[in-house]
Write a protein that binds this ligand. Structure first.
Ligand SMILES: *Cc1c(COP(=O)(O)O)cnc(C)c1O
Length: 385
């Protein structure tokens, strides 16, 4: 089976992990700050806090802004559930703004409309999480304008998007966001096995994030409320979790960062090759905004249902039967039973639902060969024409 995504681990990655295993530190030690610096420098951000998953990163980002009961967080329905669950972990409520049918990202028009209604109802969101779907940035300049006007905090979910750019700045630069969250799950652009990171330019958020990943415990006398009892002393001054990344993971991450541009370049080449060879098929290939360079986490085609005799389900099953590991991203979050039990219903976000009916994610990853891609394209041609 050709998977839809796959990590690429080379000898240097293995050697970096081996070095850590032979060293004194295997949990958070010197490799973690090195990895954090590598990512922060790459993105052009001041601070980075590594954690054990993208989900943990979203959680501490929400905690760091004090998101709590009575607060509201909005995100895109076209995302992995974690982008919304993070608000629920904090006791806050979640709502969504529908997607732009062209980019599959949160729609700025829908967001504005919803903000106007929410203002009247006195129920504005404390934070909005734009999700850079498939690796292409949302329209962050416009969203940042709305943030100023309606006073919400922006946490970018860039789990798909490390290595991408928006208006010529790296995603994570913080130009239009308070915090940016990355995931290093094996299917993402770079991997640490499991892992995540929050990057920010705000010192106070950085301090808070650092506390929250480690139980809310500090060893810094400046942060303590009492005089230290001795050099062993530490204080818990907030309620955090154990979300620490290990040095094993961080060493792998730092080693992967060496090749990030190579990874993204190869993904872009794969995407352009699909664009070129799928042009005459009854599918919509991914729209690319001139303001963005996608990191190409996903390559999603949408079937033009009127022009294809087979259903999406049939196309999907036939591709799988041909050993092509296609996938679907995403089942709209608000349609999951857990969310429906909270009061969301089918029809709430029709663009995300309509997109979901037609979407198929094709394999895209660093190690995908041209032969494999030709096979995928030929199989699609046979199925769709
Ligand atoms: C992968 C992903 C996450 C969660 O990251 P994990 O590292 O798997 O916890 C969150 N949001 C989006 C959009 C993702 O793709």
């Amino acid at each position: 089976m050709i998977p839809y995504g796959h990590q690429d681990i080379n000898e240097a990655d293995i050697a970096a992990v081996e070095d850590v295993l032979r060293s004194d530190f295997i949990t958070q030690g010197p490799a973690v700050p090195k990895f954090e610096k590598a990512v922060a420098d790459y993105c052009g951000a001041k601070y980075a806090v590594a954690v054990n998953s993208g989900t943990s990163a979203l959680h501490i980002a929400c905690q760091a802004i004090g998101l709590t009961q009575g607060d509201m967080l909005w995100t895109s329905p076209n995302t992995f559930a974690a982008s919304a669950n993070c608000a629920l972990y904090c006791g806050a409520a979640v709502d969504f703004a529908d997607i732009d049918p062209k980019t599959y990202n949160i729609s700025v028009d829908k967001l504005l409309l919803k903000l106007k209604q929410a203002e009247k109802a006195g129920r504005l969101p404390k934070a909005v999480i734009p999700v850079h779907f498939a690796g292409q940035s949302c329209q962050m300049a416009d969203i940042a304008e709305l943030a100023k006007q309606y006073h919400f905090i922006i946490i970018e979910d860039a789990c798909h998007a490390i290595g991408g750019t928006y208006q010529d700045a790296k995603i994570g630069s913080g130009m239009y966001a308070d915090m940016t969250v990355f995931s290093f799950h094996p299917v993402k652009i770079i991997t640490t096995g499991e892992g995540g990171m929050v990057v920010t330019n705000t010192a106070s958020l950085y301090e808070k994030l650092s506390l929250l990943r480690n139980h809310g415990i500090t060893r810094d006398p400046v942060q303590m409320t009492r005089a230290p009892h001795g050099s062993w002393y530490y204080e818990q001054i907030d309620l955090g979790c154990n979300y620490r990344m290990t040095d094993i993971q961080a060493a792998l991450g730092a080693s992967q960062m060496v090749r990030i541009d190579e990874f993204v370049k190869k993904r872009r080449e794969i995407a352009l090759y699909y664009d070129e060879h799928l042009r005459n098929l009854p599918v919509i290939t991914p729209y690319q905004s001139p303001e963005c360079q996608s990191a190409w986490h996903l390559y999603v085609i949408c079937l033009k249902s009127g022009q294809i005799k087979k259903s999406r389900r049939e196309v999907f099953d036939l591709l799988r039967a041909a050993k092509i590991g296609v996938n679907v991203h995403y089942i709209p979050v608000h349609t999951h039973p857990y969310y429906q039990n909270m009061g969301f219903a089918y029809g709430d976000f029709p663009e995300a639902e309509s997109y979901y009916e037609r979407a198929v994610s094709l394999p895209i990853y660093f190690g995908l060969s041209t032969d494999q891609q030709d096979y995928i394209i030929d199989t699609l041609k046979k199925l769709l024409i």
